[in-house]
Design a protein around this ligand. Structure first.
Ligand SMILES: *Cc1c(COP(=O)(O)O)cnc(C)c1O
Length: 429
Protein backbone atom coordinates (compact mmCIF):
# COMPACT_ATOMS: atom_id res chain seq x y z
CA UNK A 1 0.00 0.00 0.00
CA UNK A 2 1.49 3.33 -1.06
CA UNK A 3 0.95 6.01 1.61
CA UNK A 4 3.67 8.44 0.57
CA UNK A 5 1.42 11.52 0.32
CA UNK A 6 -0.07 10.83 3.76
CA UNK A 7 3.45 10.43 5.14
CA UNK A 8 4.57 13.70 3.59
CA UNK A 9 1.52 15.55 4.90
CA UNK A 10 2.02 14.09 8.37
CA UNK A 11 5.63 15.28 8.37
CA UNK A 12 4.57 18.77 7.36
CA UNK A 13 1.67 18.76 9.81
CA UNK A 14 3.96 18.03 12.74
CA UNK A 15 5.78 21.32 12.12
CA UNK A 16 2.62 23.37 12.43
CA UNK A 17 0.06 21.38 14.46
CA UNK A 18 0.80 19.76 17.86
CA UNK A 19 1.44 16.11 17.03
CA UNK A 20 0.27 16.80 13.50
CA UNK A 21 -3.43 16.36 14.34
CA UNK A 22 -6.33 18.38 15.69
CA UNK A 23 -7.56 15.62 18.00
CA UNK A 24 -5.12 13.15 19.64
CA UNK A 25 -6.64 9.76 18.73
CA UNK A 26 -6.24 10.58 15.02
CA UNK A 27 -2.45 10.31 15.36
CA UNK A 28 -2.66 6.45 15.50
CA UNK A 29 -0.48 6.41 18.64
CA UNK A 30 -2.58 3.65 20.18
CA UNK A 31 -2.08 1.36 17.19
CA UNK A 32 1.32 2.39 15.82
CA UNK A 33 2.13 3.64 12.35
CA UNK A 34 1.35 6.98 10.76
CA UNK A 35 -2.14 8.39 10.30
CA UNK A 36 -3.75 8.45 6.88
CA UNK A 37 -4.80 11.77 5.46
CA UNK A 38 -8.24 11.56 3.94
CA UNK A 39 -9.18 13.22 0.71
CA UNK A 40 -12.81 12.24 0.26
CA UNK A 41 -15.50 9.80 1.26
CA UNK A 42 -18.63 8.41 -0.27
CA UNK A 43 -21.15 5.94 1.15
CA UNK A 44 -19.21 3.37 3.17
CA UNK A 45 -15.83 4.30 1.70
CA UNK A 46 -13.05 6.74 2.54
CA UNK A 47 -10.28 7.55 0.09
CA UNK A 48 -6.91 8.73 1.32
CA UNK A 49 -4.48 11.17 -0.28
CA UNK A 50 -2.73 8.28 -2.08
CA UNK A 51 -6.05 7.08 -3.54
CA UNK A 52 -6.29 4.01 -1.32
CA UNK A 53 -9.89 3.11 -0.64
CA UNK A 54 -11.21 1.76 2.68
CA UNK A 55 -14.52 0.48 3.97
CA UNK A 56 -14.74 2.65 7.02
CA UNK A 57 -16.24 1.84 10.39
CA UNK A 58 -15.62 5.15 12.15
CA UNK A 59 -18.14 7.39 10.42
CA UNK A 60 -16.45 10.48 11.77
CA UNK A 61 -16.75 8.84 15.24
CA UNK A 62 -20.48 8.41 14.83
CA UNK A 63 -22.12 11.29 12.98
CA UNK A 64 -22.19 9.76 9.49
CA UNK A 65 -24.75 7.13 10.48
CA UNK A 66 -26.30 7.37 7.01
CA UNK A 67 -22.92 7.01 5.29
CA UNK A 68 -20.94 9.71 3.53
CA UNK A 69 -22.38 11.98 0.88
CA UNK A 70 -25.97 11.78 2.07
CA UNK A 71 -27.81 13.77 -0.58
CA UNK A 72 -30.58 15.18 1.59
CA UNK A 73 -28.06 16.60 4.06
CA UNK A 74 -25.78 17.96 1.38
CA UNK A 75 -28.68 19.67 -0.39
CA UNK A 76 -29.94 21.19 2.87
CA UNK A 77 -26.48 22.59 3.55
CA UNK A 78 -26.18 23.95 0.01
CA UNK A 79 -29.56 25.68 0.41
CA UNK A 80 -28.61 27.15 3.79
CA UNK A 81 -25.34 28.54 2.51
CA UNK A 82 -27.22 30.72 0.03
CA UNK A 83 -28.83 32.67 2.89
CA UNK A 84 -25.49 33.50 4.62
CA UNK A 85 -23.21 31.35 6.74
CA UNK A 86 -24.10 32.90 10.06
CA UNK A 87 -26.30 35.62 11.55
CA UNK A 88 -25.75 35.49 15.31
CA UNK A 89 -29.47 36.20 15.63
CA UNK A 90 -32.38 33.79 16.19
CA UNK A 91 -33.65 31.76 13.22
CA UNK A 92 -36.66 29.57 12.47
CA UNK A 93 -34.28 26.67 11.91
CA UNK A 94 -33.33 26.72 15.59
CA UNK A 95 -36.96 26.52 16.63
CA UNK A 96 -37.50 23.57 14.32
CA UNK A 97 -34.36 21.89 15.65
CA UNK A 98 -35.42 22.38 19.27
CA UNK A 99 -38.94 21.08 18.55
CA UNK A 100 -37.52 18.03 16.78
CA UNK A 101 -35.15 17.18 19.64
CA UNK A 102 -37.86 17.65 22.28
CA UNK A 103 -40.17 15.41 20.28
CA UNK A 104 -37.61 12.65 19.73
CA UNK A 105 -35.73 12.50 23.05
CA UNK A 106 -38.25 11.50 25.72
CA UNK A 107 -36.76 13.32 28.74
CA UNK A 108 -36.06 16.64 26.99
CA UNK A 109 -38.60 19.46 27.46
CA UNK A 110 -36.25 22.27 26.48
CA UNK A 111 -32.88 22.30 24.79
CA UNK A 112 -29.95 24.65 24.19
CA UNK A 113 -27.71 24.23 21.13
CA UNK A 114 -23.93 24.43 21.44
CA UNK A 115 -21.02 23.59 19.13
CA UNK A 116 -19.54 20.35 20.44
CA UNK A 117 -20.11 17.48 22.82
CA UNK A 118 -17.54 18.93 25.18
CA UNK A 119 -19.42 22.19 25.35
CA UNK A 120 -22.64 20.31 26.05
CA UNK A 121 -21.23 18.32 29.00
CA UNK A 122 -19.42 21.33 30.50
CA UNK A 123 -22.60 23.37 30.32
CA UNK A 124 -24.75 20.57 31.74
CA UNK A 125 -22.64 20.20 34.87
CA UNK A 126 -22.52 23.97 35.36
CA UNK A 127 -26.31 23.96 35.19
CA UNK A 128 -26.56 21.05 37.64
CA UNK A 129 -24.24 22.86 40.05
CA UNK A 130 -26.08 26.14 39.70
CA UNK A 131 -29.45 24.51 40.16
CA UNK A 132 -28.54 22.40 43.21
CA UNK A 133 -26.11 24.86 44.81
CA UNK A 134 -23.69 21.93 45.23
CA UNK A 135 -20.15 21.53 43.87
CA UNK A 136 -19.23 17.88 43.46
CA UNK A 137 -19.95 15.56 40.56
CA UNK A 138 -19.68 11.81 40.17
CA UNK A 139 -18.44 10.32 36.91
CA UNK A 140 -17.35 6.81 35.96
CA UNK A 141 -14.03 5.28 35.02
CA UNK A 142 -13.72 4.66 31.28
CA UNK A 143 -16.55 7.06 30.37
CA UNK A 144 -15.53 10.03 28.25
CA UNK A 145 -17.31 13.35 28.43
CA UNK A 146 -15.08 15.54 26.29
CA UNK A 147 -12.08 17.51 27.45
CA UNK A 148 -13.60 19.85 30.06
CA UNK A 149 -11.39 20.24 33.15
CA UNK A 150 -13.93 18.61 35.45
CA UNK A 151 -13.80 15.40 33.42
CA UNK A 152 -10.03 15.07 33.08
CA UNK A 153 -9.80 13.66 36.57
CA UNK A 154 -8.46 10.24 37.50
CA UNK A 155 -9.94 8.15 40.28
CA UNK A 156 -8.47 8.58 43.74
CA UNK A 157 -6.90 5.63 45.55
CA UNK A 158 -10.06 4.65 47.42
CA UNK A 159 -13.67 4.86 46.38
CA UNK A 160 -14.39 7.78 48.67
CA UNK A 161 -11.21 9.70 48.05
CA UNK A 162 -11.40 12.56 45.63
CA UNK A 163 -9.85 12.61 42.22
CA UNK A 164 -6.50 13.84 40.97
CA UNK A 165 -5.85 15.81 37.76
CA UNK A 166 -5.44 13.53 34.74
CA UNK A 167 -3.74 16.21 32.64
CA UNK A 168 -1.29 18.96 33.45
CA UNK A 169 -3.19 22.23 33.49
CA UNK A 170 -6.15 20.85 35.41
CA UNK A 171 -5.99 22.28 38.92
CA UNK A 172 -6.25 20.45 42.23
CA UNK A 173 -9.12 22.80 42.96
CA UNK A 174 -11.13 21.39 40.09
CA UNK A 175 -10.06 17.82 40.84
CA UNK A 176 -11.41 17.94 44.37
CA UNK A 177 -14.94 18.34 43.04
CA UNK A 178 -14.92 15.29 40.74
CA UNK A 179 -15.35 11.80 42.13
CA UNK A 180 -14.59 8.96 39.72
CA UNK A 181 -16.17 5.56 40.39
CA UNK A 182 -16.19 2.19 38.63
CA UNK A 183 -18.90 1.68 35.99
CA UNK A 184 -21.69 -0.81 36.80
CA UNK A 185 -21.15 -0.65 40.56
CA UNK A 186 -24.15 0.81 42.42
CA UNK A 187 -22.81 0.13 45.93
CA UNK A 188 -19.85 2.45 45.39
CA UNK A 189 -22.20 5.23 44.29
CA UNK A 190 -24.38 4.70 47.33
CA UNK A 191 -21.33 4.78 49.59
CA UNK A 192 -20.06 8.03 48.10
CA UNK A 193 -23.43 9.74 48.26
CA UNK A 194 -23.71 8.78 51.93
CA UNK A 195 -20.22 10.12 52.63
CA UNK A 196 -20.95 13.46 50.92
CA UNK A 197 -24.46 14.33 52.05
CA UNK A 198 -25.90 17.32 50.16
CA UNK A 199 -22.63 17.88 48.28
CA UNK A 200 -23.20 15.96 45.03
CA UNK A 201 -24.69 18.12 42.29
CA UNK A 202 -24.72 15.59 39.47
CA UNK A 203 -23.98 12.09 38.33
CA UNK A 204 -22.88 12.04 34.71
CA UNK A 205 -22.68 8.79 32.77
CA UNK A 206 -22.60 7.34 29.29
CA UNK A 207 -25.71 5.13 29.66
CA UNK A 208 -23.98 2.72 27.28
CA UNK A 209 -20.27 3.38 27.49
CA UNK A 210 -18.68 3.74 24.08
CA UNK A 211 -15.35 5.25 25.02
CA UNK A 212 -13.78 2.22 26.73
CA UNK A 213 -14.99 0.07 23.90
CA UNK A 214 -18.67 -0.77 24.07
CA UNK A 215 -19.70 -1.60 27.65
CA UNK A 216 -23.36 -2.19 28.46
CA UNK A 217 -25.07 -1.13 31.67
CA UNK A 218 -25.81 -4.13 33.91
CA UNK A 219 -29.45 -5.08 34.48
CA UNK A 220 -31.00 -2.50 36.80
CA UNK A 221 -27.91 -0.30 36.97
CA UNK A 222 -29.36 2.79 35.27
CA UNK A 223 -32.61 2.44 37.22
CA UNK A 224 -30.57 2.18 40.40
CA UNK A 225 -28.72 5.39 39.59
CA UNK A 226 -32.08 7.07 38.89
CA UNK A 227 -33.35 6.03 42.33
CA UNK A 228 -30.20 7.15 44.13
CA UNK A 229 -30.39 10.55 42.41
CA UNK A 230 -34.08 10.92 43.32
CA UNK A 231 -33.40 10.12 46.97
CA UNK A 232 -30.49 12.55 47.26
CA UNK A 233 -31.68 15.41 45.05
CA UNK A 234 -28.88 14.79 42.55
CA UNK A 235 -29.20 15.74 38.87
CA UNK A 236 -28.79 12.65 36.68
CA UNK A 237 -27.06 13.47 33.39
CA UNK A 238 -26.98 10.98 30.54
CA UNK A 239 -24.16 11.84 28.19
CA UNK A 240 -25.74 10.64 24.95
CA UNK A 241 -23.28 12.40 22.66
CA UNK A 242 -22.51 8.98 21.17
CA UNK A 243 -25.69 6.98 21.89
CA UNK A 244 -28.17 9.74 21.01
CA UNK A 245 -29.93 8.97 17.69
CA UNK A 246 -27.68 5.90 17.40
CA UNK A 247 -29.18 3.30 19.73
CA UNK A 248 -32.69 4.50 18.91
CA UNK A 249 -34.38 7.75 17.91
CA UNK A 250 -34.68 8.58 21.60
CA UNK A 251 -31.20 7.30 22.47
CA UNK A 252 -30.21 4.94 25.29
CA UNK A 253 -32.82 6.47 27.61
CA UNK A 254 -35.58 5.26 25.32
CA UNK A 255 -33.95 1.87 24.80
CA UNK A 256 -33.53 1.22 28.54
CA UNK A 257 -36.59 3.15 29.70
CA UNK A 258 -34.71 5.26 32.26
CA UNK A 259 -35.12 9.03 32.13
CA UNK A 260 -32.29 11.37 33.12
CA UNK A 261 -32.82 14.96 34.27
CA UNK A 262 -30.40 16.31 31.66
CA UNK A 263 -29.14 14.83 28.39
CA UNK A 264 -26.12 15.89 26.39
CA UNK A 265 -26.05 15.36 22.63
CA UNK A 266 -23.56 15.78 19.82
CA UNK A 267 -22.13 13.80 16.89
CA UNK A 268 -25.20 12.57 14.90
CA UNK A 269 -27.23 15.67 15.83
CA UNK A 270 -25.03 17.77 13.53
CA UNK A 271 -25.14 15.41 10.56
CA UNK A 272 -21.36 15.89 10.25
CA UNK A 273 -21.21 19.58 11.23
CA UNK A 274 -19.83 20.69 14.62
CA UNK A 275 -22.94 20.67 16.83
CA UNK A 276 -23.82 19.76 20.39
CA UNK A 277 -26.83 20.26 22.63
CA UNK A 278 -27.96 19.86 26.20
CA UNK A 279 -31.54 19.64 27.33
CA UNK A 280 -33.87 18.22 29.92
CA UNK A 281 -36.56 19.01 32.39
CA UNK A 282 -38.18 22.41 32.01
CA UNK A 283 -37.47 23.58 35.55
CA UNK A 284 -33.78 22.80 35.09
CA UNK A 285 -33.45 24.31 31.62
CA UNK A 286 -35.27 27.46 32.71
CA UNK A 287 -32.31 28.00 35.04
CA UNK A 288 -30.14 28.78 31.98
CA UNK A 289 -29.55 32.40 30.93
CA UNK A 290 -31.21 34.59 29.79
CA UNK A 291 -34.24 32.99 31.51
CA UNK A 292 -32.28 31.91 34.56
CA UNK A 293 -29.05 32.76 36.38
CA UNK A 294 -26.66 30.08 35.01
CA UNK A 295 -24.60 31.70 32.27
CA UNK A 296 -23.92 29.93 28.99
CA UNK A 297 -23.53 31.42 25.53
CA UNK A 298 -22.09 30.84 22.05
CA UNK A 299 -21.35 33.16 19.12
CA UNK A 300 -21.96 30.42 16.55
CA UNK A 301 -24.46 28.34 18.56
CA UNK A 302 -27.47 27.38 16.46
CA UNK A 303 -25.57 28.28 13.31
CA UNK A 304 -27.94 28.03 10.32
CA UNK A 305 -25.70 25.79 8.22
CA UNK A 306 -25.13 23.40 11.12
CA UNK A 307 -28.85 23.42 11.99
CA UNK A 308 -29.77 22.64 8.38
CA UNK A 309 -27.36 19.74 8.30
CA UNK A 310 -28.54 18.37 11.65
CA UNK A 311 -32.22 18.78 10.86
CA UNK A 312 -31.81 17.02 7.53
CA UNK A 313 -30.21 14.13 9.45
CA UNK A 314 -32.86 13.96 12.19
CA UNK A 315 -35.74 14.20 9.70
CA UNK A 316 -34.44 11.23 7.74
CA UNK A 317 -34.00 9.16 10.91
CA UNK A 318 -37.48 10.12 12.08
CA UNK A 319 -39.08 9.34 8.72
CA UNK A 320 -37.67 5.81 8.70
CA UNK A 321 -37.45 4.27 12.18
CA UNK A 322 -36.69 0.96 10.43
CA UNK A 323 -33.16 2.35 10.08
CA UNK A 324 -32.47 1.28 13.66
CA UNK A 325 -33.71 -2.24 13.05
CA UNK A 326 -31.58 -2.49 9.92
CA UNK A 327 -28.50 -1.10 11.68
CA UNK A 328 -28.93 -3.48 14.57
CA UNK A 329 -29.49 -6.45 12.23
CA UNK A 330 -26.39 -5.60 10.20
CA UNK A 331 -24.37 -5.27 13.40
CA UNK A 332 -25.70 -8.63 14.59
CA UNK A 333 -24.66 -10.12 11.25
CA UNK A 334 -21.15 -8.74 11.68
CA UNK A 335 -20.99 -9.93 15.27
CA UNK A 336 -22.08 -13.43 14.24
CA UNK A 337 -19.47 -13.49 11.50
CA UNK A 338 -16.71 -12.36 13.87
CA UNK A 339 -17.86 -14.88 16.48
CA UNK A 340 -17.76 -17.70 13.93
CA UNK A 341 -14.21 -16.69 13.00
CA UNK A 342 -13.16 -16.62 16.65
CA UNK A 343 -14.73 -20.01 17.31
CA UNK A 344 -13.13 -21.62 14.27
CA UNK A 345 -9.73 -20.22 15.20
CA UNK A 346 -10.11 -21.38 18.80
CA UNK A 347 -10.01 -17.81 20.17
CA UNK A 348 -12.06 -16.85 23.17
CA UNK A 349 -12.15 -13.06 22.87
CA UNK A 350 -15.04 -11.00 24.15
CA UNK A 351 -17.56 -9.10 22.09
CA UNK A 352 -20.03 -6.56 23.41
CA UNK A 353 -22.87 -5.28 21.28
CA UNK A 354 -25.96 -3.14 21.54
CA UNK A 355 -27.74 -1.73 18.50
CA UNK A 356 -25.11 -0.57 16.05
CA UNK A 357 -22.30 -0.38 18.61
CA UNK A 358 -19.94 -3.40 18.73
CA UNK A 359 -16.55 -3.98 20.30
CA UNK A 360 -14.18 -6.90 19.94
CA UNK A 361 -11.95 -6.95 23.01
CA UNK A 362 -8.72 -8.93 22.85
CA UNK A 363 -9.31 -10.52 26.22
CA UNK A 364 -10.99 -13.69 27.46
CA UNK A 365 -12.59 -11.79 30.33
CA UNK A 366 -16.11 -10.42 30.35
CA UNK A 367 -15.90 -6.66 29.89
CA UNK A 368 -18.25 -4.85 32.27
CA UNK A 369 -16.20 -1.85 33.41
CA UNK A 370 -12.88 -0.11 32.76
CA UNK A 371 -10.94 -2.53 34.96
CA UNK A 372 -12.00 -5.48 32.81
CA UNK A 373 -11.70 -3.48 29.57
CA UNK A 374 -8.06 -2.87 30.45
CA UNK A 375 -7.32 -6.62 30.47
CA UNK A 376 -7.45 -6.44 26.67
CA UNK A 377 -4.18 -6.95 24.78
CA UNK A 378 -3.70 -3.54 23.16
CA UNK A 379 -0.56 -4.63 21.25
CA UNK A 380 -2.58 -7.36 19.63
CA UNK A 381 -5.31 -4.85 18.82
CA UNK A 382 -2.73 -2.56 17.20
CA UNK A 383 -1.57 -5.40 14.96
CA UNK A 384 -5.17 -6.36 14.19
CA UNK A 385 -5.94 -2.74 13.30
CA UNK A 386 -3.05 -2.60 10.81
CA UNK A 387 -3.93 -5.99 9.29
CA UNK A 388 -7.51 -4.80 8.79
CA UNK A 389 -6.28 -1.55 7.27
CA UNK A 390 -4.05 -3.45 4.85
CA UNK A 391 -7.15 -5.38 3.80
CA UNK A 392 -9.04 -2.16 3.16
CA UNK A 393 -11.04 -1.92 6.40
CA UNK A 394 -10.56 1.23 8.46
CA UNK A 395 -11.41 0.76 12.15
CA UNK A 396 -11.23 3.35 14.88
CA UNK A 397 -7.51 3.47 15.79
CA UNK A 398 -7.93 2.40 19.42
CA UNK A 399 -9.09 -0.70 21.30
CA UNK A 400 -11.21 1.56 23.48
CA UNK A 401 -13.64 2.51 20.74
CA UNK A 402 -16.62 0.77 19.22
CA UNK A 403 -17.28 -0.01 15.59
CA UNK A 404 -19.66 2.60 14.27
CA UNK A 405 -21.91 1.02 11.68
CA UNK A 406 -23.69 3.12 9.08
CA UNK A 407 -26.58 2.32 6.79
CA UNK A 408 -24.09 2.30 3.91
CA UNK A 409 -22.77 -1.10 5.06
CA UNK A 410 -24.41 -3.70 2.79
CA UNK A 411 -24.45 -7.47 3.20
CA UNK A 412 -21.63 -7.71 0.62
CA UNK A 413 -19.49 -5.19 2.51
CA UNK A 414 -20.24 -6.95 5.79
CA UNK A 415 -19.03 -10.21 4.25
CA UNK A 416 -15.86 -8.45 3.11
CA UNK A 417 -15.32 -7.12 6.64
CA UNK A 418 -15.89 -10.58 8.12
CA UNK A 419 -13.36 -12.10 5.68
CA UNK A 420 -10.85 -9.38 6.58
CA UNK A 421 -11.47 -10.10 10.27
CA UNK A 422 -10.70 -13.78 9.76
CA UNK A 423 -7.55 -13.17 7.74
CA UNK A 424 -6.35 -10.52 10.20
CA UNK A 425 -6.96 -12.75 13.22
CA UNK A 426 -4.96 -15.49 11.52
CA UNK A 427 -2.16 -13.06 10.64
CA UNK A 428 -1.67 -11.87 14.22
CA UNK A 429 -1.70 -15.26 15.96
C1 LIG B 1 -17.43 12.35 21.55
C2 LIG B 1 -17.96 12.44 22.91
C3 LIG B 1 -17.91 13.63 23.66
C4 LIG B 1 -17.16 14.84 23.19
O1 LIG B 1 -17.72 15.42 22.07
P1 LIG B 1 -16.81 16.45 21.22
O2 LIG B 1 -17.74 16.92 20.15
O3 LIG B 1 -15.65 15.66 20.73
O4 LIG B 1 -16.39 17.53 22.14
C5 LIG B 1 -18.54 13.66 24.89
N1 LIG B 1 -19.18 12.58 25.37
C6 LIG B 1 -19.25 11.42 24.69
C7 LIG B 1 -20.01 10.28 25.27
C8 LIG B 1 -18.64 11.30 23.45
O5 LIG B 1 -18.68 10.14 22.80
Amino acid sequence: MNTSRSKRLFNEAQDFIPGGVNSPVRAFKAVGGDPLFIKSASGAYMIDEDDNQYIELINSWGPMILGHGNQVIEEAVAEAIKTSLSFGAPTGLEVEMAQTICELVPSIDKVRMVNSGTEATMSAIRLARGFTGRDKIIKFEGCYHGHGDSFLIAAGSGAITLGTPDSPGVTEGVAKDTITLPFNNLEKVEEVIAAHTDQIAAIIIEPVAGNMGCVLPAEGYLKGLRQLCDQAGIVLIFDEVMTGFRLSLGGAQELYGVMPDLTTLGKIIGGGMPVGAYGGKKELMDYVSPQGPVYQAGTLSGNPVAMSSGLAMLKQLKADPEIYVKLSDMSAYLEKGFQKNLDELGLNYTMNKVGSMISLFFTDNKVVDFESAKTTNTDLFGRYFREMLNRGVYLAPSQYETLFISTAITRELADEIIRANRASLIAIH
